[in-house]
Ligand binder design. Sequence first.
Ligand code: NDP
Length: 228
Amino acid sequence: MKKKIALVTGGNRGIGLAIVAGLARTNEFKVLLGSRSLEKGRAAAALLEGDIVPVELDLADRGLLEQQMEAILAEHGTIDVLINNGAIMREGTVLEVSAEAFEESLRVNSVAAFDLIRLVAPGMEAGGYGRIVNVSSGWGSFNEGLGGPIAYSVSKATLNAITMVSARDLPACIKINTMCPGWVRTEMGGMNAERSPEEGADTAIWLASLPDDGPTGGTFRDRQPIEW
Ligand code: NDP
């Protein structure tokens, strides 16, 4: 059987790296490990087993992102599975955070996902198959009180909204969902967090492989739907 092509943004460390490893382990995917530094991506991929190709992808600059995606699509063809994982967390309250950091957070954490969805969805539609997973956070949930720093929480709530509306706009063959990995031991989560990167990656890997009658437009944690 021909392998599906999966692209994971921010795949060089943390939860993204665990998603790359988990997808590659199934042997069903060629996994494109997206990283803003190709050098870091190559170093990360060298530590893993399986069909993994490092690709350069910087979420902070739309012009560059479009150029890089054009090159990736020309080399690898249709992306069947997109995991929007890469993100930043800028600290500070509404009065402390700089306007630049707020805008950068929206750009990297939500608008880049919007851009990538628009770049890969036409190919998915033509191929009659697509899975998109947006890695969000409980801190982006109104239901859970938008508990993080403002730039991060607002960017993740925006990502959830992009997911919900995209599910309505995209053809039924494309399933798009968002998920919260829980509190995970990474550079972002810190070493006191409860979960390993592999545990944090589990729901994303499950959503990446949903069957044709699987859900779309939902938000999940531990493979269960949650309110946001
Ligand atoms: P890390 O900080 O460990 O990793 C973030 C990744 O995003 C890195 O690969 C980083 O690349 C990449 N990244 C940042 N900026 C850009 C950019 N401009 N272009 C491309 N890549 C970029 O975070 P986690 O692994 O913990 O988080 C992964 C996802 O899980 C995020 O979406 C996060 O919001 C979410 N999450 C994490 C939680 C946790 O407890 N850890 C809790 C809830 C949600 P580089 O190495 O170059 O900086």
